[in-house]
Design a binder for this molecule. Structure first.
Ligand SMILES: *[C@@H]1O[C@H](CO)[C@@H](O)[C@H](O)[C@H]1NC(C)=O
Ligand SMILES: *[C@@H]1O[C@H](CO)[C@@H](O)[C@H](O)[C@H]1NC(C)=O
Ligand SMILES: *[C@@H]1O[C@H](CO)[C@@H](O)[C@H](O)[C@H]1NC(C)=O
Length: 303
């Protein structure tokens, strides 16, 4: 009995309960070209067939259920929508309209899932990934997170009291489709008063590179991290004061940090690869002729 039940064929296709037309249209009687609901196969059970132009009209169309569409018959899946990563603005203040897969991926019409282009992620490709996963030498953080980091570039002396563990919790998942958050950047914004709400502060991401020494504008901190580059793929070399100059290049007191948003406080350190007397590769100095030492900070007596 049980087996028999299992083997029963599925019920024959029926008009879906969402059928709301006043009735199927008699195309022959109407004479004209007919787009009645039956010709739309009753939207394949994935939408409502609605008569256009009221009862008696020979025209009908499908209003597909969420997640279905792609064609007039609701046979294909649609994918999640997100704010377009790139599109044409529609006015001076409007851009990034809602687009399937955020204009940053293909929609797989069989499964309704986005296949994101490289560099994009999320159910609607609405967020960005970090280059090369930060080479395993850094954290991939959102712009909102980075804006609060005292050691994220550009260094900003407005954030010296905030440390790296702040704000790393309770953030929306990268795939979170709630994109209507209009919190301003917590970084330079609050100081300069420029800019406006940023829709992508939780979606755009970049690397905060690791460093074996503290990074920042404070005393004992260096303005440059050990690992650097967009993907943290480069490693700095031993640092030192240039033996050929009067000035101490490692003294970053009063030195404006890259990006121009902060100044080294007393005791702040500048990292000087190979004391400016050699080339740096993969963390190792190759000293110019006449200089030696792990950081090329020593001069040979004869040269
Ligand atoms: C980092 O910030 C957290 C939260 O504000 C604080 O509890 C912690 O003591 C701070 N750590 C350091 C090393 O400053
Ligand atoms: C986003 O907008 C929806 C609908 O307007 C609202 O229900 C939701 O609370 C909003 N989310 C945020 C994080 O503001
Ligand atoms: C670093 O430079 C500042 C300003 O030029 C100077 O006042 C300070 O004495 C220097 N520090 C050291 C340790 O040389």
């Amino acid at each position: 009995m049980r087996l028999l039940l299992l083997c029963l064929p599925l019920a024959a296709p029926q008009e879906p309960s969402s059928w709301e037309s006043v009735g199927e249209i008699d195309c022959l009687a109407e004479g004209a070209r007919c787009f009645g609901c039956h010709t739309l196969n009753y939207c394949n059970g994935h939408g409502k067939c609605e008569q256009k132009g009221g009862p008696g009209s020979p025209f009908a169309n499908c209003k597909c259920d969420p997640g279905w569409g792609g064609d007039a018959f609701c046979t294909e899946r649609t994918c999640p929508f997100g704010k377009a990563q790139s599109d044409m603005p529609t006015s001076v203040t409007e851009a990034h309209s809602l687009k399937e897969c955020s204009n940053a991926g293909f929609c797989d019409r069989l499964t309704g899932t986005c296949q994101c282009f490289p560099g994009f992620a999320g159910t609607a490709c609405q967020s960005k990934t970090c280059p090369n996963d930060c080479s395993g030498k850094g954290l991939c953080l959102t712009m909102r997170q980075l804006a609060k980091m005292k050691d994220a570039l550009p260094l900003n002396d407005g954030f010296t009291s905030v440390n790296n563990t702040d704000d790393l919790t309770n953030l929306p998942e990268p795939g979170d489709p709630t994109q209507n958050i209009s919190i301003r950047y917590d970084g330079a914004m609050s100081r300069s008063g420029l800019g406006g709400p940023t829709y992508d502060q939780n979606l755009n991401r970049a690397c905060l590179c690791d460093s074996s020494w503290p990074v920042g504008l404070g005393p004992g901190e260096r303005q440059q991290a050990e690992f650097h580059g967009p993907d943290c793929g480069q490693k700095r070399c031993p640092s030192g004061d240039d033996p050929m100059t009067e000035r101490d290049e490692t003294n970053c007191t009063g030195v404006v940090a890259a990006g121009g948003r902060g100044v080294g406080r007393p005791g702040n350190i500048c990292h000087v690869d190979c004391s400016n007397r050699g080339t740096c590769k993969d963390g190792l100095c190759k000293c110019f002729k006449g200089f030696y030492g792990i950081n090329c900070g020593k001069r040979t007596t004869r040269y």
